[in-house]
Write a new protein. Structure first.
Length: 104
């Protein structure tokens, strides 16, 4: 599967499910996608997921994730604090830097 921003755009506001190491499912909503430019040779974007209420943050890692019509596929996520020192306020992000194939 080739990752791209266009692949994830229809999934904004959809719920992704992953399994914790203890087997419990965790549901994350894809809140938005942000783009940035690091090089004209790469498509760079970040998926931002809202965590479930009252759930402790998962550690950085690759998790098998799926949503309706997508996956299951491993995606690396990291908890990121939402601009406050409160350790209970966080979201997850997944950063992609995908080499753009040149047309030949």
């Amino acid at each position: 599967m080739k990752f791209s921003k266009a692949l994830f755009e229809p999934l904004v506001d959809k719920v992704f499910t992953l399994q914790r190491t203890d087997g419990r499912p965790v549901r994350l909503r894809l809140a938005n996608i942000t783009s940035c430019t690091i090089s004209p040779r790469y498509e760079s974007f970040t998926l931002n997921f809202d965590p479930p209420e009252g759930e402790a943050a998962l550690p950085d890692g690759s998790y098998i994730m799926e949503a309706e019509g997508f996956g299951p596929i491993p995606i690396f996520i990291s908890p990121t604090h939402a601009g406050t020192p409160d350790p209970n306020k966080y979201y997850y992000e997944s950063v992609f830097n995908v080499l753009i194939e040149e047309n030949r």
